[in-house]
Design a protein around this ligand. Structure first.
Ligand SMILES: O=C(O)CCC(=O)C(=O)O
Ligand SMILES: [Fe+2]
Length: 295
C-alpha cells in the first residue's frame, strides 16, 4: 500500500507520476498512434486561437477529434495498457475498495492548429455521472492520463488546480467554477507537463483544463483511462457491451480473470458459470482460453 500516493491524492486531488511506464511498454503504443493518427492534423500546423475576450478557453467539437474507444485496432500493448495491473491496484487503493471497474478508455491525438485546445477550468463529472461527485470518496473516480508522447506546455499539457487552492477560490467542495472565477483559478494552476511514459491521476472533483498546442507542427498523444468502484452505478462513460463487433478477441486473448473482472466479466468460480453459460460463451468467443472458468 503506497500511503504516500493515497495521501497526496486526498490532499491535492491530482498526482503526476513521471516515467511511470517503461519505454518498452510505451513505444509500441506510440507506433500505433503514428500509424493510426499520423503526426499531422488538419490545418497547416500553426497554432490557432479562438478564445473570446476575457475567457481562458472553452470546449469545442474540434478538440475531440482523433479519439477511439477500447478495444483498439492497434497492438496488444495498446489494448492491454488500460487494464495494466498497476492501474487496477492504484484505483483500488485510491478508492479504498476491493473491486473496481474500467468505465472509460479512449485514445486522443491532438495537433497544433487543428483546434484551440484551451478549455475553461472544470471537473469531469458533467459527462461521467448524471449526479454530482459523491461525499463518499469511494464512490468518486480515478481518472488516468497516460502520456504516449512527450507532453510539454507548448504541446497542450493539462493544467490543474490543487484541492486546497480550488477550495480557497471557490469554497470548500465546489465542483463548478463560474466564469468570473476562471482567471483566479488560472492564476493558481500547475502544469502536468511530463515525458512519454508518465501517468497523471486525477478525480471527478479535481479542477483542470486542457490547454492549447502552440508549437509549430506539434502533436500530443495521450490515452484516457478511468476506474470506479465496481458497485457504483452513478458513474459511466462508455458501455462496452454496445460494441460487440469491435476486436474484443485482442482483450480476451491476453487478459487475466482479474483484468476481465474490470469489464464486468464474472471471475472463475462465480455462480454465473454453469455448463450452459460456459458452452455458450465459448461459442461466442472461440479464441478465449476459458480453462480457468471451466474448472
Ligand atoms: O486532454 C487534456 O489535457 C484535458 C482535457 C479535458 O480535461 C477534458 O476534455 O475534459
Ligand atoms: Fe476534463
Amino acid at each position: 500500500m503506497d500511503s504516500h500516493l493515497v495521501d497526496a491524492w486526498h490532499k491535492e486531488g491530482v498526482v503526476l507520476l513521471p516515467d511511470f511506464f517503461s519505454p518498452s511498454e510505451i513505444n509500441p503504443i506510440y507506433q500505433d498512434y503514428k500509424s493510426i493518427y499520423g503526426e499531422a492534423g488538419q490545418g497547416d500546423g500553426s497554432a490557432v486561437d479562438f478564445k473570446v475576450e476575457g475567457a481562458i478557453g472553452a470546449g469545442h467539437a474540434k478538440q475531440f477529434m482523433n479519439i477511439d474507444i477500447l478495444p483498439y485496432a492497434g497492438s496488444t500493448a495498446m489494448n492491454m495498457i488500460s487494464l495494466h495491473p498497476k492501474l487496477i491496484e492504484i484505483s483500488k487503493q485510491l478508492l479504498g475498495v476491493d473491486e473496481v471497474h474500467l468505465y472509460q478508455s479512449h485514445t486522443w491525438a491532438k495537433y497544433t492548429g487543428e483546434a484551440d485546445y484551451d478549455q475553461a477550468h472544470h471537473c469531469d463529472f458533467g459527462n461521467h455521472t448524471l449526479t454530482v461527485p459523491s461525499d463518499d470518496a469511494s464512490m468518486r473516480t480515478v481518472n488516468f492520463i497516460i502520456y504516449i508522447s512527450d507532453v510539454t506546455d507548448d504541446l497542450g499539457a493539462l493544467h490543474y488546480v490543487s484541492k486546497d487552492d480550488s477550495d480557497e477560490v471557490l469554497g470548500e467542495g465546489a465542483v463548478i467554477a463560474p466564469s468570473e472565477k476562471q482567471m483566479e483559478l488560472k492564476g493558481r494552476e500547475r502544469s502536468a507537463a511530463a515525458p512519454a511514459g508518465s501517468l497523471l491521476i486525477y478525480g471527478i472533483d479535481a479542477f483542470h483544463r486542457g490547454t492549447n498546442l502552440t508549437r509549430t507542427e506539434g502533436f500530443r498523444y495521450t490515452m484516457t483511462v478511468s476506474y470506479k468502484a465496481a458497485n457504483n452505478p452513478m458513474i459511466d462513460f462508455h458501455v462496452w457491451q454496445f460494441s460487440a463487433e469491435r476486436p474484443w478477441a485482442k482483450i480476451f486473448n491476453e487478459a487475466t480473470p482479474d483484468q476481465l473482472a474490470c469489464l464486468g466479466i464474472p471471475r472463475p468460480g462465480d455462480s454465473f458459470w454453469t455448463p450452459r453459460t460456459l458452452e455458450l460463451t465459448h461459442k461466442r468467443w472461440p479464441e478465449w482460453d476459458m480453462s480457468d472458468y471451466a474448472r
